[in-house]
Design a protein around this ligand. Structure first.
Ligand code: HEM
Length: 166
């Protein structure tokens, strides 16, 4: 279980970095102004393949098609949120504390960040919300990195022994 907890914490850092990169593509293409409905996008939860992949060659859609880019950012955002919640539950189940207490604040800020992203989108990207969403991403990244680093250090010291905390 220690290995799974550490792997998930590192995986979250990687996912958050990927999500920040995708956010930059969304902002750069102004995709939040073109597709600004939620939970649907372009009239469906999952847009039509023909519209997601209309550009040629295919790979261009992942960088230049505003629909595909925003859809990727949404889906990765949901993935970050689900993994952060699952990781927090995993930590609770493991009955360990100490360096693992970072899982809860991380799950909380990821939840707030996803909600802020949705608000930014449905209000058609006002500058205040867009900046708050951008700034909150730095807090998410900082907490995810600190949490993974603390977990790694604790595991190396052998300090992840089971403890009854519930
Ligand atoms: C953990 C979750 C998320 C993270 C870390 C994140 C991160 C970011 C970042 C860093 C940017 C700005 C990039 C830049 O300006 O260079 C951005 C932009 C954006 N995000 Fe997210 N995001 C998340 C979830 C979401 C969700 C769930 C939605 C909506 C469904 C969303 C909608 C947007 C929109 C519309 C923009 C463009 C704002 C603009 O044009 O300035 N984000 N995101």
């Amino acid at each position: 279980m220690n290995t799974r907890l550490r792997a998930t914490a590192v995986g979250l850092v990687v996912l958050v970095l990927a999500q920040i990169y995708l956010g930059a593509l969304v902002a750069g293409l102004r995709a939040g102004l073109v597709y600004n409905t939620w939970p649907t996008i372009d009239g469906a939860l999952v847009p039509a393949g023909a519209r997601l992949f209309f550009e040629q060659p295919l790979w261009r859609n992942f960088f230049e098609n505003a629909l595909t880019v925003q859809f990727q950012h949404r889906m990765t955002g949901y993935a970050v949120w689900l993994v952060a919640l699952w990781h927090w539950l995993d930590v609770l189940r493991s009955r360990r504390k100490g360096p693992l207490t970072g899982a809860l604040p991380l799950a909380v800020v990821v939840t707030l960040q996803a909600a802020l992203g949705i608000l930014t989108l449905i209000h058609q990207v006002p500058i205040g919300l867009a900046l708050a969403h951008q700034g909150m991403a730095m807090i998410v990244l900082a907490l995810a990195t600190l949490h993974a680093a603390r977990l790694g250090a604790a595991a190396r010291r052998g300090a992840l022994a089971p403890e009854r905390v519930l």
